[in-house]
Design a protein around this ligand. Structure first.
Ligand SMILES: Nc1ncnc2c1ncn2[C@@H]1O[C@H](COP(=O)(O)OP(=O)(O)OP(=O)(O)O)[C@@H](O)[C@H]1O
Length: 274
């Protein structure tokens, strides 16, 4: 018996229109993500990680290929997916509770129930006691906790996270990484997590997908066979360091064998209109 993957990406290709013409951003991307799997996506800057995540959310129309979530073709955002953005995307005039409640407001149901859900989520992300605070009264880490809670409010099956901790200091980032693993296991979500931090990818994920320089193609899919539950001490073990090294090697070599960092500046993956 085969189980349907939670997210399935098939022969996905995406061309963006820019001032200089058409730009091939993603090409021939295919991979599956199982229910409750935690997958991290890494790759050189500009290779299309955010574009891929937004495509899974249905925010960008595909050029060809297909993405399905729980067997349904994605053509727009839906409550089965929650998106946690890279940058602080809270409404400054809303309290913590009102920000978390946001996704629920368009839905049927009474205000008391929605407030209860929002309060439970505030507690889940460690913000009990801060429900009536405004974003400017919170630290960066606390604001990202609100972002996570807000994405969870509609109880999505899939959580799409775009470098959610990148603007945080190293210590806060590590605290939130541990918290995210706790939330992921408590709430049984499927997570797709884009990051630049290779150690973050290895620490969090069951599997790391490495994209090539633009146009992004799947270069490697590396299973992270490290035991769970994971604690931060894991990062100091030889097994962990070896995995991080392996991921780095895949990133450093792009398709033409050049350094991925150089290639990002020079590669012109443009598609002519003609
Ligand atoms: N709205 C847009 N219109 C046209 N091109 C875009 C748009 N957004 C992004 N791009 C281009 O698509 C390519 C991929 O961008 P994307 O943000 O997905 O990359 P990324 O891998 O997430 O980058 P980074 O790691 O730097 O965040 C880049 O060349 C970018 O310039």
């Amino acid at each position: 018996m085969t189980t349907t993957p939670m997210v399935s990406i098939r022969d996905f290709r995406l061309v963006r229109q820019t001032r200089n013409g058409s730009l091939l951003v993603l090409d021939d991307v295919s991979f599956d993500v199982a229910d409750r799997e935690f997958v991290a996506i890494v790759g050189p800057s500009g290779c299309g990680k955010t574009t891929l995540l937004k495509s899974i959310d249905g925010l960008i129309p595909r050029t060809s290929g297909e993405i399905t979530v729980n067997g349904t073709v994605v053509d727009k955002p839906g409550p089965d997916r929650g998106f946690v953005f890279q940058m602080d995307s809270l409404f400054p005039w809303r309290t913590v509770l009102a920000n978390i409640r946001l996704g629920l407001e368009a839905r049927a149901g009474d205000r008391a129930t929605k407030n209860r859900i929002a309060r439970d989520l505030a507690a889940l992300v460690g913000l009990q006691g801060f429900e009536e605070h405004y974003p400017h009264q919170l630290s960066g880490g606390m604001r990202q906790r609100v972002n996570v809670a807000r994405a969870l409010a509609v109880d999505p099956q899939v959580l799409l996270m775009d470098e959610p901790f990148s603007s945080l200091d190293a210590q806060t980032r590590e605290v939130l990484q541990e918290e995210l693993l706790r939330i992921w296991s408590e709430r049984s979500k499927t997570v797709i997590f884009v990051t630049h931090q290779i150690d973050e990818a290895a620490y969090l994920a069951d599997r790391v997908i490495v994209l090539s320089a633009r146009p992004g193609r799947v270069r490697a899919s590396i299973p992270i066979e490290l035991p769970r539950p994971r604690t931060l001490e894991l990062k100091r073990t030889p097994e962990f360091i070896a995995i991080v090294d392996r991921i780095w090697q895949e990133i450093e070599l792009n398709d033409s064998g050049r350094s991925a960092r150089d290639a990002d500046d020079t590669q012109e993956a443009r598609v002519n209109h003609a």
